[in-house]
Structure formats: structure tokens, C-alpha cells
Design a protein around this ligand. Structure first.
Ligand SMILES: C[S@@+](CC[C@H](N)C(=O)[O-])C[C@H]1O[C@@H](n2cnc3c(N)ncnc32)[C@H](O)[C@@H]1O
Length: 300
């Protein structure tokens, strides 16, 4: 971070002794520096200067004291509308509440898988992006990662309060977690700016799986790690697959766009991560029609 040494008070005392044009130049420079300092202090991630300023605006919702105009959030709103038509507030609230209430038994069942997946990040990742962070069931796994800072993106703004509560309960400091109202298909971060991406039960819900995987590759630094666990379509020709096919349209309505018949493991392999991907299949016994899962690690 280049501008750590900026001090408003020392700059103001210097201004008093300068002619007007220099004062204006200095004022602009101070403004720029304050914005940069502000965005850097939201987290230590590198922000994208290419018109993805909505990230900054979105971060403002959690840090309202920062001197950045909320109008920077407009791009995000456009992207959100284009890629994911707005849903009524009550629906988003209900879905967030139900995810929060129902998550416990699922989390018990997948905890061994998640522990192993997150082990891959210990000592190798500090800046982590979680896509579709939801209510934040993964925070307990982040606490073993030294110096971790997490950005969680989710298009459902109602997830934020639940995610914040989970982060606090897991022992993360407020500055170690930033919630951003954004989509996996349009991640408001610079290229190669994070060490790891985490995705759990999210590629079932994004509108465009291929585009989301492209974005994950783009923002991961070379050698960066993507860990995932996702529910997927059961084997072709099985009774379970038939049930999934029948229930799929209803599931999309009641579970905020969640698909039951995606071949997510294949999609991850087809995304061709530079360092390859290790995709494993498993069947979780207690999960009825979402029992088929893939989990694993991909290397950028
Ligand atoms: C089934 S929930 C899983 C939440 C959390 N990852 C977990 O493991 O409990 C799916 C999440 O993906 C989010 N989501 C839906 N569409 C998305 C998109 N296009 N990009 C990112 N997240 C999305 C939803 O708002 C929701 O929080």
C-alpha cells in the first residue's frame, strides 16, 4: 500500500504557505489520496480501476463514514438488474432467514469436507473472496488462516446482517470481513487480486456458471486456489435424477434460483484452470434430493 504515510494535518499546514494554483493541485491530490486510503482501508484487496467502482460504493454500505460518494454504487445496481432481476424485499429476507435457520444440519454433514478444503488455504492465502457468501456458514473455517481478510459477495443484500453476525461469532474482527452486494458473474475486483476464492453451494444458484468461473480465474493471482463444494445432478438414469428433473423448476422458484440438475464438476473442469482442478464426487446420506455433491480444489 503506497499511501500509508499521508497525513491530512501536515498537508493542510503546508497548504497555508502555497499560491492558489498549487493549493488547488494539492487539494485534488489530497482528495485522491483520501479516496485511495479509504478504499485500501476497506481491506487490503486491490480495487479495479476499470469502471468497477461499484465495489467501492458497495463497501460504503458497511462503512458509511468513508468519504466516497454513494453514486459510485450505480454500476453495481445496473449489473445486478441486468444479470439478476430484482426480487421483492420480503422474498430476499425470507430466503436469508430460511438459509440461516436450515443451515445447521447441512453444515454438520459437510464439516469434514470443508475442514479439508480450507486446510489448503492455511499459510497460502490471506486475501480471500467468497462468492455467494449467504449467511456466512464458512467463517469458522477462516479463523485458522493467519492474517486472513475476507470479502464476501452476494446479490441478496439481506444476507449481510446474518453474515456479519456469523463473522463476529467466529471471532473475525470487523475489519477482516467486507460484505459486497455483487454477482459472481461480475466480480468487482481487479485481475489477479486475491489468493483464494471460496464457493459453497453457489454455482447451483448463479445465472451463468461459465461466466462466474471465468471471473474466478480472472481475479485469482497466478497460483491462487479455488476451493468448492457444490450439490449437482445425480447420475443419469437414476431414480434420484428423475426426481431432481421433476422438482427442478419448483426448486428454482422456492430456493432463489437454485438448480438441481447442473453438471458443476464438469463445468469446473471445462473452465481449464492453469494449474488443473481436482474434482471429487460424493453422496451425502441425509440430504435427500441434493445428496450428490462435488468438492475439490482448482489452481490458477
Ligand atoms: C444456497 S445459498 C448458499 C450460501 C452459502 N454459500 C452457503 O454455503 O450456505 C446460494 C447463495 O448464492 C447467492 N447467489 C445467487 N446468485 C448469485 C450470483 N449470481 N452470484 C453470487 N452469488 C449468488 C444467493 O444469494 C445465496 O446467498
Amino acid at each position: 500500500m503506497e499511501i500509508l504515510h499521508f497525513s491530512p494535518s501536515s498537508s493542510i499546514s503546508t497548504i497555508i504557505h502555497r499560491p492558489r494554483r498549487k493549493i488547488m493541485a494539492l487539494r485534488d491530490s489530497i482528495k485522491t489520496q483520501m479516496n485511495l486510503i479509504t478504499t485500501e482501508s476497506v481491506s487490503s484487496f486491490r480495487f479495479c480501476p476499470c469502471g468497477r467502482r461499484h465495489f467501492i460504493g458497495a463497501a460504503m454500505t458497511s462503512m458509511p463514514f468513508l468519504p466516497i460518494s454513494p453514486s459510485h454504487a450505480s454500476t453495481s445496481t445496473e449489473d445486478l438488474k441486468r444479470l439478476r432481476p430484482p426480487k421483492p424485499d420480503w422474498y430476499e429476507e425470507f430466503f436469508a432467514w430460511s438459509m440461516n435457520s436450515e443451515v445447521e444440519s447441512y453444515e454438520k454433514e459437510v464439516s469434514d469436507y470443508k475442514m479439508k478444503l480450507f486446510d489448503n488455504l492455511v499459510g497460502k492465502a490471506e486475501k480471500v473472496l467468497e462468492i455467494g457468501i449467504g449467511t456466512g456458514p464458512n467463517f469458522k473455517y477462516y479463523t485458522d488462516i493467519p492474517n486472513v481478510s475476507v470479502i464476501g459477495i452476494d446479490p441478496n443484500a439481506k444476507m449481510e446482517s446474518y453474515a456479519r453476525k456469523s463473522a463476529t461469532e467466529a471471532g473475525l474482527k470487523p475489519e477482516e470481513f467486507t460484505f459486497v452486494h455483487a454477482l459472481g458473474e461480475s466480480i468487482p475486483l481487479e485481475d489477479a487480486s486475491v489468493d483464494a476464492v471460496v464457493g459453497t453451494l453457489v454455482l447451483c444458484s448463479v445465472t451463468d456458471v461459465t461466466q462466474t468461473l471465468k471471473e474466478i480465474k480472472r481475479i485469482l493471482r497466478p497460483g491462487g486456489i479455488y476451493i468448492f463444494i457444490e450439490h449437482v445432478a445425480a447420475e443419469d438414469g437414476t431414480f434420484l435424477r428423475l426426481v431432481q428433473t421433476v422438482l427442478d423448476p419448483l426448486q428454482q422458484v422456492v430456493a432463489d434460483g437454485c438448480h438441481l440438475t447442473r453438471h458443476t464438476g464438469e463445468s469446473i473442469l471445462e473452465a481449464r484452470f492453469n494449474g488443473g482442478a481436482d474434482v471429487k464426487k460424493t453422496s451425502l446420506s441425509r440430504l435427500a434430493y441434493i445428496s450428490s455433491h462435488v468438492y475439490g480444489v482448482a489452481y490458477n
